[in-house]
Design a protein around this ligand. Structure first.
Ligand SMILES: Nc1nc2c(ncn2[C@@H]2O[C@H](COP(=O)(O)OP(=O)(O)O)[C@@H](O)[C@H]2O)c(=O)[nH]1
Ligand SMILES: [Mg+2]
Length: 343
């Protein structure tokens, strides 16, 4: 999973990238996008590390791409940039509210830009299929089915709507698989505000329109992060900054992309792993190592919270709180997992 920081130029994408990853923007990478990783704050993981005092610790992290900013009202300038955004799994749109930008207007403009981009891709394919339909071809039936399946997709985009809520059937999934449609990607709207004061009415309006919204002074937090430790607390208090915006943003990315964390813990290593919500024990095993999945016998599962509360695996077992599960078990957020495998 790769999270793209997207939006128009000057909104604070690169500042947010730096806040999340600790990497300063590299001018040489602006054109193609700059990759980095952000460690996800996780109190359970910290607790497990404290408990096991392992030799090695691997927290979970998310991959980010700082994408080149789109140019407003010039769709023809954005083709390459939109192509870069297409490579991302989910999008975080950064809006420079600190600049006096109207967040609702800019959210709508970006929506229109990505709807238009998807419409172009789908329309191009439809034109192609129509042209092919006139030629003698052995796969006529398939092409006709594909053409028919794309009709409602184009219709929806033509009406200016995103595809995020549209249920695709199998033919549509197949027809659109290679398009990486932008409006099917999960999206979080980040309002990069000047200070801790947030316009609740604007947030409410955007949420009512279906956006996931976080309003926070992220650029300011980056400035604070660059201060000496001695100045930092004082400045943060002065600005009314509470819980770090960075943590809130990462948690929200997590929620919007519907991921969960499971853990493998021991004296050797405490490791936090990410999974899409709904993934099974055998998929968890595969995340750790493909051999573990192939030879999967069972998963021994306990809640990391129980482990932290009771203080040892033995005590969790004694309390009857460990359960043994098969391949199809749906892994829960916060599970501590031991995979038994025959390979
Ligand atoms: N005052 C203020 N300036 C910011 C904030 N975030 C970014 N900036 C500044 O706005 C300019 C554009 O930010 P940048 O992160 O490069 O935007 P990008 O084009 O979206 O990558 C830079 O000069 C930043 O220092 C913020 O929250 N407050
Ligand atoms: Mg930038």
């Amino acid at each position: 999973m790769k999270i793209g920081l997207v939006g128009y130029q000057g909104g604070g994408k690169s500042s947010v990238f730096q806040l999340l990853t600790g990497d300063a923007p590299d001018l040489a990478k602006v054109q193609d996008g700059q990759s980095g990783t952000a460690v996800v704050p996780d109190a359970r993981f910290d607790g497990l590390v404290e408990l096991f005092k392992p030799k090695k610790t691997v927290p979970s992290s998310i991959d980010l791409l700082d994408t080149p900013g789109l140019v407003r009202d010039q769709p023809d300038k954005n083709a390459k940039k939109l192509g870069i955004i297409r490579t991302c799994t989910a999008l975080v749109q950064v809006v420079g509210v600190f600049n006096g930008v109207d967040a609702v207007e800019e959210a709508n403009a970006f929506h229109d830009d990505i709807v238009l981009a998807d419409l172009q891709v789908v329309s191009n394919r439809i034109d192609r299929l129509n042209a092919d339909a006139k030629k003698p071809r052995p796969d006529k039936e398939e092409l006709a089915a594909e053409l028919e399946s794309l009709g409602p997709v184009r219709e929806k985009l033509d009406a200016g709507e995103s595809l995020i809520d549209m249920e695709f059937d199998e033919t549509q999934e197949k027809a659109c698989a290679s398009f990486s449609l932008l409006t099917r990607k999960k999206r979080l709207l980040v309002l990069n505000t000047a200070d801790a004061e947030v316009d609740a009415a604007v947030v409410a309006e955007l949420e009512a329109a279906g956006h996931n919204v976080l309003a926070a002074p992220l650029g300011l937090e980056l400035e604070v992060a660059e201060l000496d430790e001695s100045e930092r607390a004082e400045f943060a208090a002065e600005m009314g900054l509470g819980e770090p915006c960075r943590d809130r943003l990462l948690r929200m990315i997590f929620e919007v992309t519907d991921q969960i964390t499971f853990y493998t813990s021991g004296e050797k290593e405490v490791h936090a792993w990410l999974l899409p919500r709904g993934a099974t024990a055998v998929e968890a095993a595969h995340t750790i190592h493909s051999d573990l999945a192939r030879g999967f016998i069972r998963a021994e599962v306990m809640a990391a919270d129980d482990l932290l509360r009771l203080g040892s695996e033995r005590d969790v077992k004694a309390a009857g709180l460990q359960h043994v599960e098969g391949k199809e078990y749906v892994v829960q957020d916060g599970d501590e997992v031991v995979i038994r495998s025959g390979v």
